[in-house]
Design a protein around this ligand. Structure first.
Ligand code: NDP
Length: 243
């Protein structure tokens, strides 16, 4: 299995990379934006888990950079079986106070970033007549929090994009799905978790935050051979918070 994972230097992306290495002995193309030391550490963890890995710096919000990342992966490993679109950011604020920059950065990274990589990887997968695309949405795509209009819009867009791309790619056996995590213990959610840990846990039926490794297990299933008849779906992994 050859897999390209965006946002693979830390958090859920890193955990998914390690899990694909462990479960599928994957050859991994780890795309990150800026934190080279963390990307290097993720690479070592993948190799220790039984995979092979390369790191590659690219800003997925830049169409040329995203295309170049896909091309570099294919040049390095010869094909691309699995694309995990995991890179994402937040820039919270109320709509009436939100800057153009906060709106555009989040939409460009989270939503346009997925379009950019899917456009490039889609033609590779169609040629191969095989592919698995897994996009990271969020519970906020359906149940947004206050101050997350940009993020919620990007994630809602990802879910619609996932369905639309699944319709286009299905005829060649390529599946396209999304996963929608709740609150997972990574750097992204640290501020929210610290601000109101007790109150938030009360709203989660399972009464705890999720671990990146739990999301990674779902990604690994969707990337693997047993998920071949699932496409266009968004699968929640949120301790029940969306209920
Ligand atoms: P983190 O903030 O821990 O990690 C984000 C990763 O994305 C880093 O590897 C970062 O690279 C990379 N990244 C950010 N912007 C870009 C960009 N423009 N181009 C390339 N890479 C980029 O995030 P999480 O692991 O928590 O989140 C991963 C995904 O899961 C996101 O899409 C997020 O929206 C989603 N999610 C997370 C939840 C949570 O509670 N944590 C809940 C629901 C969804 P670098 O290290 O170089 O900066």
């Amino acid at each position: 299995m050859i897999a390209l994972i965006t946002g693979a230097s830390r958090g859920i992306g890193r955990a998914a990379a390690v899990r694909l290495a462990r479960d599928h002995q994957a050859k991994l193309f780890l795309v990150y934006r800026s934190r080279v030391e963390e990307a290097e550490a993720a690479k070592i963890a993948c190799v220790e888990a039984g995979g092979e890995a390369e790191i590659y710096a690219a800003d997925v919000s830049d169409p040329q950079a995203a295309k170049a990342a896909v091309e570099a992966c294919v040049a390095r490993f010869g094909r691309l079986d699995v694309l995990v679109n995991n890179a994402g950011i937040t820039a919270d604020g109320l709509v009436i106070q939100m800057s153009d920059e906060a709106w555009q950065d989040v939409i460009q990274t989270n939503l346009s970033g997925i379009f950019n990589t899917c456009r490039a990887a889609g033609s590779v997968m169609l040629r191969q007549k095989y592919g698995r695309v897994i996009n990271l949405s969020s519970v906020s795509g359906k149940r947004p929090n206050r101050g997350q209009a940009n993020y919620a819009a990007s994630k809602g867009g990802i879910e619609s994009f996932t369905r639309a791309f699944a319709v286009e790619m299905g005829r060649k056996g390529i599946t396209v799905n999304a996963v929608a995590p709740g609150i997972i213990e990574t750097e992204m959610s640290a501020r929210v978790r610290q601000a109101a840990e007790k109150e938030i846990k009360q709203q989660i039926p399972l009464r705890r935050f999720g671990q990146p490794e739990e999301v990674a297990a779902l990604i690994s299933f969707l990337a693997g051979p047993d998920s071949g008849y699932i496409t266009g779906q968004t699968i929640g992994i949120d301790g029940g918070i969306a209920l």
